[in-house]
Design a binder for this molecule. Structure first.
Ligand SMILES: NC(=O)c1ccc[n+]([C@@H]2O[C@H](COP(=O)([O-])OP(=O)(O)OC[C@H]3O[C@@H](n4cnc5c(N)ncnc54)[C@H](O)[C@@H]3O)[C@@H](O)[C@H]2O)c1
Length: 248
């Protein structure tokens, strides 16, 4: 998994999976644009730059088209190309259908699904003329549905099939599009944090055949694999990284 000479964007780069992915891609030689709505991404990019990596931060709300266009422009203006797009930003929204406020449903669609469409759209345009790889972060909740996560499960299921649709549409251009489907992570904050911290964490862990929750670096390695030439014949697929959760 080498990325020398490659340029990558990682959205949600200030979060647990995004940070681990940005660091791994940079360590393997990529120039990385860390993109996040949270300005904390600036410090993360700075830390990687201090380690000698060519990394920059851009503040971006991935649910808005002008922001995503500007994010991709920031990478191509600085480095002259785009090879890897990791559409990873996302939010957790709790609630069964009968308890969801419509605003929360729409926010989940905007941040978890429309953002992926926009990242694919502008990445494909920027990759025109050379091969590229797009990796979307879906979730095991895009394959199975937990209780009280109607909006989250719906958006992640849609990311899985948007990944397939985009893979078909852009295969002829040499652009591979794949997704990862992580299970619950032990990250103390973020999308999975609430579940992992909850009183029923032990019950949650019991549903994982490997006997523990995942780590952000384990998801980052899956993302980097799909983004790399090691996955040169893989497109339109979902790599499930869940310690066996969906196998039983
Ligand atoms: N943590 C888990 O257990 C888990 C499991 C399966 C899938 N996922 C998915 O992994 C992805 C990353 O999640 P994480 O676990 O690193 O959580 P996280 O909360 O640590 O990271 C998510 C990042 O996305 C950013 N973000 C949110 N809205 C944004 C917006 N509109 N524009 C730009 N950035 C925005 C946040 O600021 C945050 O830095 C998400 O898509 C999430 O749904 C997480």
């Amino acid at each position: 998994m080498q990325f020398e000479g490659r340029v990558a964007i990682v959205t949600g780069g200030a979060g647990s999976i995004g940070r681990a992915t940005s660091a791994l891609l940079a360590e393997r030689g990529a120039r990385v644009l860390v993109a996040d709505v949270d300005p904390a991404g600036e410090a993360i990019a700075g830390e990687l730059a201090r380690c000698g990596h060519d990394v920059q931060f851009t503040q971006c709300d991935v649910s808005g088209e002008p922001d995503v266009a500007a994010m991709v422009r920031a990478a191509t203006e600085r480095w002259g190309r785009l090879d890897v797009m990791v559409a990873n930003a996302g939010i957790g929204v709790r609630g069964a259908a009968d308890e969801l406020a419509l605003d929360d449903w729409r926010r989940a669609l905007d941040v978890n699904l429309t953002s992926v469409l926009l990242c694919v759209k502008y990445a494909v345009q920027a990759m025109a003329g050379h091969p590229g790889a797009i990796v979307n972060t879906a979730s095991v909740m895009g394959l199975v549905a937990p209780r009280r996560a109607a909006a989250y499960a719906a958006t992640k299921g849609a990311v899985v099939n948007l990944t397939r649709a985009a893979a078909i549409d852009h295969a002829a251009q040499g652009i591979r599009v794949n997704a990862v489907c992580p299970g619950h992570l032990e990250a103390p904050t973020g999308v999975g944090g609430a579940a992992a911290r909850a009183a029923d964490a032990r019950d949650l862990i019991a549903r994982y055949p490997l006997g523990r929750l995942g780590r952000p670096d384990e998801v980052a390695r899956g993302i980097a694999f799909l983004a790399s030439d090691e996955a040169s014949f893989i497109t339109g697929t979902c790599l499930v990284i869940d310690g066996g959760y969906t196998a039983q």
